[in-house]
Design a protein around this ligand. Structure first.
Ligand code: MZP
Length: 511
């Protein structure tokens, strides 16, 4: 006869945190949100930490290079989706790695023989007022000079005259040589009181531009997640079918973290894949597996050559219909609590700490805090990021509101048969496990995260925690009754519409 577990499958909305002693020295500026993502031995220093405990889902409608760059700049990590061919996934990884904060490729260039009129039109088109003059008019041609809107008077000068007559010639241009650091570039800008520094290679070809205004932007991103060579970090997803081809291409492209992306990670296919990658790369690459929802899943995945982190969650994703379609899954809070308990026991038994990621189903900031309090080291989210500017899907407007499309990897649209058809040779999805939907547009990743992080820190202060490990240790949770959920909202008062109503409703603040 089938075994029936004691207790019911619970979700985050059924729990509350009990406040603990708040300390005088705690403020949002003193809270440390660094989160483990790499397995470590009890005494060893962490190999790799996230600067915030948040990663983005490996989904077509969520994480391309653009979103991964935006998230890494905030201290988190984007997982580039694997439901695309190896070459294009590796190209996205390479794009993140080659993104040099502060060094930008020039998109407004001209030739010596062009007229001032052409330059004025170009400046109006791109909105940029500093234009490199190169031998072939491209962003990588030999740098011959610079022309800016300070070099001529649009309504006084002869607009038919060639650029050559107005530009600052290369002999008088202050430039940097390729290889200089951002710090060096900024000190040249400061020393020579310039707004823009062209950087050229050893042959005199333009390679990038550094702007004074980007220095200020850089100062606004103190948590950037960087590798040892000061490049942004990026993760990439793998499937259990072509990892022997995909993993080397992703590592070659510079991926810092790899993770098997499977709706059900408790499989022999995944164990084989994890072992193959561990054997090939050892500690060189951070490797995750999942998804699982039980202690059995945890034991199975760690029992091979090991892995760095496990992802927990089946059927809780906002676009997921796995539980309806197959009757498989578990309430996210119950799944997380069981895996964390087993992880902690495993630490006692072996001295090895395996970070846990809570993946999917988080519908507001409170639930992120609850997942972390329950023992997740970090969370993975899809919907949260699909709603932002930087996600790959286009915006659509409906009834005066702006939306972005968001579709599951288990939809026919995503064609991610590898994630959902472990084992069979079928190269098509016989039924869908996800839906194709729209989510409200909320603006940039940076603004969304600023508010989320403030709230997580505020909760941690209520619990007297200065970092995430103290948060887990101090957390005391209580189950709530339906009546206390009602009590948690406002009662017997009238509220006028708030400006942020759309944001709040979309990210579940009112739920
Ligand atoms: P959410 O943050 O939108 O609630 O959930 C995102 C997570 O849902 C992903 O990280 C992934 O684990 C899962 N997912 C992605 N596609 C599907 C599907 O089509 C899915 N069923 O469940």
């Amino acid at each position: 006869m089938a075994k029936i577990l004691d207790g019911v499958s619970r979700t985050f909305g059924e729990f509350l945190l009990i406040p603990r002693l708040t300390k005088k020295n705690q403020s949002s500026g003193t809270i440390n949100l660094a989160a483990s993502i790499a397995a470590s031995n009890r005494e060893s220093a962490p190999r790799f930490d996230l600067n915030i405990p948040i990663v983005s889902a490996a989904m077509q409608s969520v994480t391309d290079s653009n979103l991964a760059i935006a998230l890494a700049r905030e201290g988190g990590l984007g997982f580039i989706y694997c439901s695309q061919d190896v070459k294009s996934q590796a190209a996205m990884v390479a794009q993140v790695k080659s993104h040099k904060a502060g060094f930008v490729s020039s998109d407004t260039n001209t030739l010596v023989g062009e007229s001032l009129e052409d330059v004025v039109a170009l400046m109006k088109k791109t909105g940029h007022s500093t234009v490199p003059v190169t031998s072939d008019g491209t962003a990588t041609g030999r740098l011959l000079g610079i022309i800016t809107d300070q070099d001529f008077w649009e309504h006084e000068d002869n607009l038919k005259a060639p650029v050559e007559h107005y530009m600052t010639k290369i002999d008088n241009v202050i430039f940097g040589e390729e290889g200089l650091s951002l710090r060096e570039a900024n000190s040249l800008l400061r020393k020579y009181k310039k707004n823009c520094l062209p950087v050229v290679d050893k042959n005199g070809n333009l390679s990038s531009l550094v702007f004074k205004k980007d220095y200020e932007d850089h100062m606004r991103h103190p948590r950037e997640l960087l590798d040892n060579s000061k490049r942004l970090c990026v993760g990439a997803a793998l499937n259990t079918r072509d990892y022997k081809l995909r993993a080397p291409a992703l590592v070659e492209a510079g991926a810092d973290v790899l993770c098997f992306d499977s709706s059900d990670g408790l499989s022999e296919f995944q164990k084989e894949g994890l072992n193959w990658i561990k054997r090939k790369y050892g500690e060189e690459i951070i490797l995750g597996g999942g998804n699982i929802v039980s202690a059995e899943g945890f034991d199975y995945l760690v029992s091979g050559l090991g892995l760095d982190f496990v992802k927990v969650g089946i059927g809780g994703g906002s676009i997921c219909i796995t539980r309806e379609q197959k009757g498989v899954g578990r309430g996210q809070a119950s799944a997380l609590l069981e895996v964390v308990k087993r992880r902690d026991a495993y630490l006692e038994e072996t001295g090895r700490y395996i970070p846990v990621c809570s993946d999917g189903g988080l519908s507001n900031d409170t639930q992120i805090a609850l997942a972390l309090a329950m023992g997740a080291d970090f969370v993975m989210m899809g919907r949260y990021f699909a709603m932002t500017d930087e996600s790959p899907s286009p915006k659509t407007s409906f009834n005066g509101q702006v939306f972005k499309s968001y579709w599951g990897e288990g939809t026919r649209r995503a064609q991610n048969w590898e994630r959902y058809t472990d084992g069979s040779d079928s190269r098509e999805l016989l039924f869908e496990e996800g839906v194709d939907a729209y989510v409200p547009y909320v603006g940039g990743v940076s603004e969304a995260l600023a508010s989320t992080i403030q709230k997580i820190k505020a909760t941690m202060i209520n619990v007297g925690a200065s970092d995430l490990s103290e948060f887990k240790q101090n957390a005391v949770l209580t189950l709530v009754s339906e009546q206390s959920i009602v009590e948690a909202g406002t009662s017997s008062v009238f509220q006028f519409t708030r400006n942020s109503e759309l944001d709040a409703a979309s990210w579940g603040e009112n739920s």
